[in-house]
Design a protein around this ligand. Sequence first.
Ligand SMILES: *Cc1c(COP(=O)(O)O)cnc(C)c1O
Length: 448
Amino acid sequence: MPTENLSVLPQPFARDGGELCCEGVPLSMLCREHGTPLYVYSSRAIIESFQSLQTSAPFPLQRRVCFAVKANPNLGILSLLVKLGAGFDIVSSGELQRVIRAGGRPEDCVFSGVGKSAQELGQAVQSGVGCINVESQSELLQLSRVATSLGRVAPISMRINPDIDAKTHPYISTGLKENKFGLSIDDAHAAYRQARSLPGIRIVGVDCHIGSQITQLEPFVQATQRVLMFVDALERDGIELEHIDLGGGLGIRYRDETPPSAAEFMSTIGACVEGWLKGRVNKSRPLLMFEFGRAIVGAAGLLLTRVEVLKPGEAKNFAVVDAAMNDLMRPSLYEAWHEVISLTEKRPPPGAGEALCWDLVGPVCESGDWLARNRCLPLLAEGDFLALASAGAYGSSMASNYNSRPRPAEVVVHPDQTVELIRHREQLDSMLNDERVSSFSPVYSGAK
Ligand SMILES: *Cc1c(COP(=O)(O)O)cnc(C)c1O
């Protein structure tokens, strides 16, 4: 019989007397208290992942780990990372507002994104965002106009697309020349030359980000080498940088992947940087920045759900649960795998046959509305609570109201066993609040 795979869970999650707990707090208790579907996060797991990225392995340059807000923008999570001294990678004005609300400073933000509006650029410049990661010549010119009209100088970095295969899912690969992100090395070089003489622009860095859920070191090493060679080329041209931003993308274990640990990652990138520093004429020491999302919060969050209906059938056994694609979109979007773990362990009596295998599906009216397929769950019954593991990143942040379903509540469990509600379950009233009934009357306007 297949055994459950608890290896995807960080340390604060463990079984205690058959009950899956976080810091010793039974998760089924949280389900009863807060209802389901429910996102649960371990603050200790988040803190430990952040700190190991920020401090593990000696590193030849000062390093700065930013959190990619889009992975999990909840204020409860952001405020924790503010207190740890994280920087933030933002992709919209909305995310900037979140960082500020969470107590963070605009100076500690880098602003990424392939299609920033003039309004967003203006807000970023005015609030003093630390660096705007520019992705096209058009954006550079736009930013120069916006900053000049505000009487400000915008600190910039150009995002280069190093044309590297990150060997990940095509939807989350960003560093190939056919992807929409960044500029080729040649185009970026031309943009830097132009940026040097543009009003309202100050060159501070260079950045890249080659994709997400990358589980090998080699694409990172290649990207780092290309970026560092590009920095040399800029320096030969008299363009000096204060920072080099290598982006994020470090993967986690969802099933049986073996991504590099933070220490392995940092010592390997550190060695690349060390070699580069040795051969370099210029003796300035730029800051090395990273933008991790998934590697910081991915493993730290679980989505808890209740089994509503069991529908065993000829071809398939369906377990309809109360979470759906609108709560956790990754399976529908990328056929992503999340481990399914029973909150209360069930041991079949000796001699019992094979456990049935189930497709976990949601109540949404789409055949693509599934969360997991073909999972063997012994003695599964209606009313059981299940966890979908590794749902801390791109889980709640991608949630929607499709099928007019309110978005789930979210709680954080702390090492002292306190449980903080960081998002109420959405109320139907607030879900409808922005909409208006139309006053147009088709009956009197000639409509047939
Ligand atoms: C999404 C994104 C990240 C974070 O990616 P992860 O895979 O979650 O680490 C970092 N930088 C940029 C520019 C991004 O778009």
